[in-house]
Design a protein around this ligand. Structure first.
Ligand SMILES: O=P(O)(O)OC[C@H]1O[C@H](O)[C@H](O)[C@@H](O)[C@@H]1O
Length: 544
């Protein structure tokens, strides 16, 4: 029996019908205790689900569905290293990366906790060397600029976290100018290479597979730039200017990164779950090793909550199940991520990969085609800016959208009144928008008399996630909460969130097209051929 035919699913379906005419404004009017009943806190985070189209019964039925799908056992399976990534027959042990050293985790007879901490300590030693000015470029200059070259999971997590924690640093670290380069067309790198000094620049090539063409193309360009600038042999340049972070050491060596400049992680760490490994080196470089440890500790706090709290008060579980309710029972297939804090500007892009690459699947773990919806389309933007861009659609468009509003309760502690006032302004806007989305223009006394183009229908569901303050701990916990949310949803949908076969064929086809620009031989399709011809004509006219 598929999950959508199961008793718990069918019960939710009829419950959804019984609520179909109920507006959020009625739900609030009927129960003044809504917030108290439907908001939950753990690990620096508070999640308010009261603006979701749910009742106490909905939550009970959703928990029933989670139990029916054996969620508690599946959570244990994740933490204990069972092969939850079935198509690649391996565990997904990102939670192990943030466990304290003294917690053993034995995998095929090996205590991986030891290996993890060994790699973490090696990374910390390299970070210290760079901070101390002991890592030197080809002419003896201490490193001043570090460029992380990576893409997807080897870019988005460190980039997001470096921006989020940009105020966190420790006194003992030297200021390092940090850049991120990901795009295969070379546009980020070309701009950067004009501005930085080769002799004091270090490149971190971050790639789990060390075969991603985007990253290798950027790394080749960077290496060529260094060789040309220094006039030195490539081996010497690689020794002084390249660190490789990878789960494929042989490939890194083959590319030319000496072993002493390599940091390793494991194939059981999914790319989009990897910033807790040495892939997070840029974070440690910017915030200091201690703050990186605080970030891991925050994630571990959420892990412990996820593993031990009852389903009924378990934040990642509730976040996931409310999502299931919206997607599968209210037919909402768009999800906006709206942080009300500019430091979280890269959170939407990070969650786009985390959620859509993980759960954008249409077959079950056993390969059967699904006939229910899985991951919705996720997008987002810093909330205050998005208000001036796409909130029109949220308020008056024809699509139902679920939103996550995310904000810190405290900000600018120790700063002047002006900045504190700006924080309050952002919070007021955050609360105003979710209130209006939920209640519509019933928040006004005489809205019914307004012309239709000025009406706000409301009833758009949202969750508000507040963290106490944006710190390495709270940020680690917030991200871990989303990771676990994704896992819970995958358990309900019976899909594998840890593979991404859907991105592979595009890479193959691109490789097969490379030659076609100079030597069109094979027949593709009229569109591809026409576009290649257009490029060739342009090249001929430009004489290139
Ligand atoms: O870290 P890498 O092996 O270079 O992979 C980088 C990224 O590219 C792939 O195509 C995947 O879609 C991502 O999941 C991955 O994070």
């Amino acid at each position: 029996m598929t999950v959508d035919q199961s008793p718990a699913w069918l019960a939710l379906k009829s419950h959804a019908q019984s609520l179909s005419n109920k507006h959020l404004k009625e739900m609030f009017a009927e129960d003044p205790q809504r917030f108290a009943k439907l908001s939950f806190s753990a690990a620096h985070c508070l999640a308010d689900f009261s603006k979701q189209r749910i009742t106490d019964d909905t939550l009970q039925l959703l928990i029933g569905l989670a139990e029916q799908q054996q969620l508690p056992q599946k959570i244990e399976a994740l933490f204990t290293g069972e092969h939850v990534n079935t198509s690649e027959n391996r565990p997904a042990l990102h939670t192990a990366l943030r466990q304290p050293k003294e917690t053993p985790l034995v995998l095929q007879g090996v205590d991986i906790s030891k290996e993890i901490h060994c790699s973490l300590e090696r990374m910390e030693a390299l970070v210290e060397q760079i901070h101390n000015g002991q890592w030197r470029g080809y002419d003896g200059s201490p490193i001043k600029t570090v460029v992380n070259i990576g893409v997807g999971g080897s870019d988005l997590g460190p980039l997001m976290t470096c921006r989020a924690l940009n105020l966190f640093t420790t006194d003992d670290i030297r200021d390092i100018e940090l850049h991120f380069v990901s795009s295969m067309d070379g546009s980020q790198l070309a701009r950067l290479l004009n501005q930085i000094d080769p002799a004091s620049t270090l490149f971190i090539v971050s790639s789990k597979s060390f075969s991603t063409i985007d990253t290798l193309a950027n790394s080749n360009t960077a290496r060529e730039w260094l060789v040309n600038a220094s006039g030195l042999p490539v081996e010497l340049i690689s020794q002084h200017h390249f660190i490789g972070v990878t789960a494929s050491p042989a490939k890194a060596t083959e590319w030319g990164i000496p072993e002493k400049n390599q940091l390793h992680f494991w194939d059981w760490t999914g790319g989009r779950y990897s910033m807790w490994s040495a892939i997070g080196m840029a974070i440690a470089l910017q915030t200091g090793n201690q703050n990186f440890r605080r970030f891991l500790a925050g994630a571990n706090l959420m892990d412990t909550h996820f593993r031990t709290a009852p389903l009924t008060s378990n934040l990642p579980v509730l976040l996931a199940m409310v999502g299931i309710w919206n997607i599968n029972f209210l037919n909402i297939h768009a999800h906006a991520i709206l942080p009300y804090d500019g430091r979280l500007e890269h959170l939407p892009a990070y969650l786009e990969q985390l959620e859509m690459e993980s759960n954008g699947k249409c077959v079950t773990l056993t390969g059967e085609k699904l006939n229910y919806a899985t991951c919705p389309i996720l997008w987002g933007e810093v909330g205050p800016n998005a208000q001036h861009a796409f909130y029109q659609l949220l308020h008056q468009g024809t699509e139902s959208v679920m939103c996550d509003f995310i904000a810190p309760a405290l900000r600018y502690q120790g700063h002047g009144d002006e900045l504190k006032a700006q924080h309050q302004l952002a919070l007021a806007n955050c609360l105003a928008q979710s209130r209006l989305l939920a209640l519509g223009d019933s928040v006004l006394e005489d809205a019914a008399n307004a012309p239709s183009h000025k009406r706000y229908r409301g009833n758009q569901p949202s969750t508000t996630i507040m963290i106490d303050e944006l710190t390495p701990e709270s940020f680690g916990a917030l991200i871990a909460m989303y990771e676990h949310k994704v896992y819970v949803q995958s358990v309900i949908w019976e899909i594998n969130p840890f593979d991404q076969w859907g991105v592979e064929l595009g890479k193959q086809v691109a490789t097969s097209l490379l030659d076609q620009f100079s030597n069109p031989t094979t027949t593709t399709d009229s569109s591809t051929e026409g576009l290649i011809r257009f490029v060739q004509q342009q090249r001929q006219e430009a004489g290139s």
